[in-house]
Design a protein around this ligand. Structure first.
Ligand code: ADP
Ligand code: ASP
Ligand code: MG
Length: 337
């Protein structure tokens, strides 16, 4: 009798982790990220790691371009900027191989991240991820350069806009059916205001997708708006947390309820700064909050309001004070409890 070979294929859950610039800023940070990746793998997960450029590399590359050209050609600028992520992906792969973890790094183009043709602000149109899947199947940790893709028609390399590695990670997580997309950054999660401006801002355990999108669009730089849109459309669970600690962080998931007041975001331009309060009850407070800002000597005007938010313009020099003032009025009780 012929013996049958029973092949057991072990399907491991896939997790996508994205590490931002500060998290891979220097060799010691890259080694710390490698240790964290080892830890996640030991927990029995298949891993795709999306990396940003090290520290301020993207800004430094933009400065370099400005030194040689008054109007850098968009195609060449994308060729230049994509080099930043390529450095971090290769270094992380080396650090992992050193730890006995088989790893391979891919550029966006190699990973099959297809985009439209808009240099500097391309949209992902499709992800083939063929090599990513093959490498996962062969037991490797796959590292993908964030913020970049390729236009399949022109075969040109594109970038996704500042902060675009978030979108690379969420889109890859959606394509691979990952159980979660972890956004590992330099703060412990999403707060009720930028914690660098409001030190006692509240860490939010979870945020509903639409409210997160409103926060991101109003300037909460912790997530790029496109990444939130993608997560919402494809129900990708996103877990924002610190790459420096094991704090639990913030979840974006389909089952999260909207809040009456979720947070305050702000954006500063050269002549005007805009502060936005987000929450289902935010627009109802427009007049009272505008009067309160006005009485504090923070001359302000209503910029707009809808069912999720209300925005005021503030003198750029007063923006931090205005954010702290409004945060204390709307979140003060909860913050201090
Ligand atoms: P990364 O390099 O990891 O992508 P970013 O600088 O893009 O990090 O995003 C993290 C930063 O977002 C934080 O350092 C923080 O100052 C800022 N930020 C703004 N608003 C918020 C908010 N509501 N919650 C958390 N972080 C915020
Ligand atoms: N390195 C790019 C930037 O600085 C992309 C990213 O970090 O997400 O915008
Ligand atoms: Mg970012």
């Amino acid at each position: 009798m012929q013996s049958e070979t029973i092949q057991t294929v072990q399907i491991m859950p896939v997790v996508v982790q994205k590490y931002g610039g500060t998290s891979v800023a220097d060799p010691s940070r890259i080694k710390a990220v490698a240790d964290r990746v080892v830890h996640t793998r030991e927990a029995g997960k298949d891993l795709v790691v999306v990396v940003s450029a090290m520290g301020q590399t993207t800004n430094a590359l933009l400065d370099l371009a400005a030194e040689v050209s008054t109007a850098p050609h968009p195609r060449e600028l994308d060729m230049l900027l994509t080099a930043g992520e390529r450095i971090s992906m290769a270094l992380l792969s080396m650090a992992l191989n050193d730890r006995g973890i088989p790893a391979v790094s891919y550029t966006g183009s190699q990973a099959g991240i297809l985009t439209d043709s808009a240099h500097g602000g391309a949209k992902i149109t499709r992800i083939t991820a063929e090599r990513v899947r093959e490498s996962l199947d062969s037991g490797k940790v796959v590292i993908v350069a964030g913020f970049q893709g390729v236009d399949p028609t022109s075969r040109e390399i594109t970038t996704l806009g500042r902060g675009g590695s978030d979108t690379t990670a969420v889109a890859l997580a959606g394509t691979l059916g990952a159980e979660a997309c972890e956004i590992l950054t330099d703060v412990s999660g999403v707060y009720s205001a930028d914690p660098r401006v409001v030190p006692d801002a509240r860490l939010l355990a979870d945020v509903e997708y639409r409210q997160m999108l409103a926060l991101a669009e109003a300037g909460a730089g912790v997530l790029m708006p496109h990444s939130v849109e993608f997560a919402m459309e494809h129900s990708v669970p996103v877990h924002v947390r610190s790459s420096f600690t094991d704090d639990e962080g913030t979840w974006l998931r389909p089952d999260v309820a909207e809040r009456q007041f979720v947070g305050i975001a702000h954006r500063v331009g050269p002549d005007q700064a805009v502060i936005t309060v987000i929450g289902t009850e935010a627009h109802g407070t427009a007049t009272a909050e505008m009067v309160a800002l006005h009485e504090e000597g923070m001359v302000t005007a209503l910029v707009g309001s809808n069912e999720q938010s209300v925005s005021f313009s503030v003198d750029p020099e007063q923006i931090d004070d205005a954010v702290r003032f409004l945060h204390a009025r709307l979140f003060g009780m909860e913050t201090n409890s």
